[in-house]
Design a protein around this ligand. Sequence first.
Ligand code: ZN
Ligand code: ZN
Length: 578
Amino acid sequence: MAPAMRPLALLLILAGCSAAPTTDMNADQRFQAHAARVLEEVWQEFPELAVRNGNYKYADQLTVPDQARRERSVAFYDRQLAALAQFDRAALNPSNRVDLDILKNRFERNRWYIVTFKPWQWEPSFYNVGPDIDLVLDTEYAPLDTRLRQTLARLANVPAYYTAAKASISDPTAEHIDLALRQNRGAARIFDDGLEKKVESSDLSSEEKALFKQRATAAKAAIDDYIAYLGTLKGTRNFRIGPELYQQKFAYDIQSGFTAEQLYQRALAEKAALHDSMEKRAQELWPKYMAGAPMPADRLVMIRAVLDEMAKHHVARDDFVSAVRKQVPELEAFVRQKDLLDQDPTRPLVVRETPPFMRGSGAGASVSAAGPLNPTANTYYNVTPLDGFTAEQAESYLREYNDWTLQILNIHEAIPGHYTQLMHANKSGSLVKSVFGNGSMIEGWAVFGEKVMMDAGYGGGTPEMWLAWMKWNLRAVLNTVLDYEIQTKDLSRDAAITMMTREAFQQQTEATEKWRRATFTQVQLTSYYNGYAEITALRDEMRAKQGSAFSVKQFNNQFLSYGSAPVRSIRELMLAGQ
Ligand code: ZN
Ligand code: ZN
């Protein structure tokens, strides 16, 4: 595509090289200077990506996703890949080698998305201006007036954005039409009286206010028009992407040391092993929770009965947020006492009630980390109170996050999970590894962190704690099995839901929601178990190599010190002793 761009690309590379004082720099310094320039070019070329990473220099721009833009992106990736090809991987130090791999992967992957995978064509949910507009309006990186002016500039492009969307879509799937409808209805709500009032009470000039009103009305009309258009689409394309695209997407997105098939086989074996261990723990707990009741012959029914009985032990609905707030310092203390990894008291985790604009779909807990570009900002642990729930919904939610699983949730999201990992990543000094963070490493670490805590005797090592952890871990394992079988093997909805409810002890609502997610995402569901499996294998490899010198704390600190790189890259660095 866009062959006319090629000579120009070469010129730019030459200009770039001659501008840099190459003679005084060694290969590593040259590469680092190049990588820094690449990031600047990425921010300029993709302003939305810049904003998502905490760079607001181009926050007044909204990209129109038309064919010209796609061709321009492909030309950009080709130019970047040609420039990266000039570097001799072997001449670089291991950290730069990994950054080179990450940049190459990212540009090849993005190119593949546009040219081969084409979600811009068959996923109508690809188009939604909501999140990026929200981010500028709701992140307090600058005074509100500045952010309103940047939004004013962006709004001018919203009608063109949706015109391009409609021109790009052909043969979409019903699942992505449905998702696009839900999401764009949410986007339309940005333009409610709340925003109007914000603009009215701001210091914008009366001309700016009038223009804002005019553009907001046009933007809202464009979204409504897109929603109406979505209603006319048929959606006959199969959402299952099939083995060939699946393997390619797995390779690009996960960057695993395993192939998709190897990971799937590993997950099947892990599922069987977890069932064996769960059977033992549940038998142990039977007299305590099911005294007098005959033990069912079907072990899956037996395990479920014990889990259901345990689930009745949970905090009161009004105490949900305070229970989480109370647990965070306890987790910090346990990690310190068992000497599991470094923490940083100067970068505390602030537990807060989820701000209203983030509350989308009911309850939940999430970490809003300080971005790599402003690492000293607060990190928030957003916990949503159960106010919006009916008594029945609240009870079901509290049983899911009962006295044991609530602790695992906090370990996963906060300590030593996502919050701790991202805090370490921000100190890694490699912006490339932070900005193009590997999702499987990030999720895998949070899952691995749960096991680190369990192995250290967290929660007194009771059978309840272990059984609850195994159920939680089984969900990650099953996510891999489901994703693979749904996308490449035609697994039916009924079979998938039975697998989740019977073999992984999930509730019906959780299972039906997971089915939906598995129809409009591909590969992402494998990221949790893949990262966990790769980190566990690396830990075992290092332990075997170092023998009695092996230290859990040293392994964890070192593993986290490289930033959010793919585990296979971290493995290369750790085995090289770098
Ligand atoms: Zn209850
Ligand atoms: Zn997570």
